[in-house]
Design a protein around this ligand. Structure first.
Ligand code: ZN
Length: 321
């Protein structure tokens, strides 16, 4: 059974685009039991893939009313998918696919949080405070390679209130896309395990989207988890967007994260349908190729199961009410 930290199938469906990676039947056959399904209000995509080195400007904020309107449509799109809703760890079952309603960026939440409980009632169980742009709560990291995640100010007052409200409701707070100052603000105030749903080790790939060793230590100290992102440009040492990237690049990050934090803090966060992933993985049907590679590399059955689903189940169980 595999539980995954991030996919963008909902955005593809909302745009009327075919999926590249999230063939749900192939996933079901490959043991994919669901995970975080992002509701992402998109910024305009960059005109072209940047040449390395690059330091893209921070995307413009999206006004709350506009973000809320689009997020409502994204939510309806998710509800139309042939998947169950995950609101407790028992909702993940072999042979079924369960979707965690995840806001990738809290832009769609009212800055006074007056609609957060309504979102919770509709199934929201995970909030990424930001995508890579500013909002009322915090500021995301602009995409840069090589680049540091330490790029701007930390949480606003509204951001701190959001973390407290999520703790109270039992909504997971996702740190992927957050800048480093914001990360440390959350680390200081959050009562829940720290989670980065789809980020990698900065020591291996110096993208601004990846986590420094100090950040990894904080995740470990909180009992949290990092979902390894399969985006080749967040895996490769050269930061290049080359689909012909071996599965070994995913293993390299699993190895590093497990060495640094322990196997209890490493999971998957594929970024399927939102990134260029290794051809050798191909999509959600490719999880067995990764777990097989882990076994061949010497990970015992228990360790593979922790990475594939056990760590997500533990952290979700400790976070949700
Ligand atoms: Zn993302």
């Amino acid at each position: 059974m595999v539980i995954d930290g991030h996919n963008d199938l909902v955005l593809r469906r909302w745009r009327g685009e075919p999926t590249s990676h999230m063939d749900l039947e192939a996933g079901r056959a490959a043991g994919f039991a669901g995970g975080f399904f992002a509701l992402f209000v998109p910024s305009p995509p960059p005109a072209e893939i940047p040449e390395i080195p690059y330091a893209m400007p921070l995307d413009d904020p999206i006004p709350y009313e506009e973000a809320a309107r689009i997020a409502a449509e994204l939510y309806d799109t998710l509800c139309d998918l042939p998947v169950n809703r995950a609101e407790s760890v028992g909702d993940f079952r072999e042979g079924d696919i369960a979707a965690i309603v995840h806001l990738e960026g809290a832009d769609a939440l009212a800055p006074d949080l007056s609609d957060l409980e309504a979102w919770y009632e509709r199934g929201l169980r995970s909030v990424g405070i930001v995508w890579s742009r500013p909002n009322a709560f915090a500021e995301g990291v602009p995409f840069a390679f090589p680049g540091s995640p330490d790029t701007g100010p930390g949480l606003t007052d509204a951001g701190r209130a959001l973390v407290a409200a999520c703790n109270r409701l039992g909504v997971l707070v996702d740190l992927s896309h957050l800048n480093e100052a914001g990360f440390w603000d959350v680390a200081r105030i959050s009562e829940a395990p720290l989670v980065a749903t789809h980020s990698n080790a900065h020591a291996l790939c110096a993208s601004s989207r990846n986590l420094t060793d100090r950040q990894l230590d904080a995740v470990r100290g909180s009992g949290g988890v990092v979902g390894v992102n399969f985006a080749v440009n967040f895996l490769r040492e050269d930061g290049d967007q080359v689909p012909d990237t071996p599965i070994g690049e995913i293993l390299r990050h699993v190895d590093y994260l497990a060495d640094r934090m322990g196997i209890d803090h490493v999971a998957f966060g594929s970024d399927f349908d939102g990134a260029v992933v290794p051809d050798a993985v191909g999509g959600v049907g490719g999880f067995p190729a990764i777990t097989d590679a882990l076994a061949e590399a010497g990970y015992d059955e228990e360790s593979v199961a922790k990475v594939a689903h056990g760590n997500w189940l533990r952290v979700l169980g400790e976070t949700w009410r």
